[in-house]
Design a protein around this ligand. Sequence first.
Ligand SMILES: [Zn+2]
Length: 229
Amino acid sequence: MYCVKCGVKLEDTEKLCPLCGTRVYHPDVERGEASPLYPARKYPVMLHPKTVQIVVTTIFLIGCLVTLLCNLETSGTVTWSGYVIGAALMTYVMAVLPTWFRRPNPVIFVPSGGAAICLYLLYISIATEGRWFMSFAFPVVGILTLIVTTVVTLCRYLENGRLYIFGGAFMAAGLSTILVEFLLNITFNRPYAGWFIYPMVPSVLIGGMLIYLAICRPARETMERKFFV
Ligand SMILES: [Zn+2]
């Protein structure tokens, strides 16, 4: 017997075509008890997200533990493994931790990622006895985290005004390069060079252009037509 719709070969016992699902009916054929010609349709096994998270977390923990043990075995104390484990923990907080939540809220995970970067840099500065954390790394990471957090918060809770948000973010990032150079100079006793101009000018120009487009409707419509956005 064959399927009337797709023509696939059928066992007499089959009630539905295994390929196309059409009902099998033949008035002259008695339905026996033979097993079907084809196995029941199997769907690919989907891994549960929790399983993936547990596996990834276990890999992270085993990796950290092995690194620590190797380091202790060879040096007797924590030396290079601190950097490796710190980087692994930072990556975990930024990339894996949000997946533990059903709908990860970027308003929470962007600042916690920034905090993870800060803690890692703090560890490096203490381990290397550097004097650059409080006067350079912390404020720079803090400013960037603040800008990104502000952008994701506004984008999440405001319906409109993306152009204002991104325009403002470009301007803030551009202007913050003044502070970055200042902090770099006082931290490492470098002379004033004024390089901040190069990243600042394009950032502020792009930001200003976005805000101009946000304010000026005809200009925005022209751009939309030109770039099909
Ligand atoms: Zn069929």
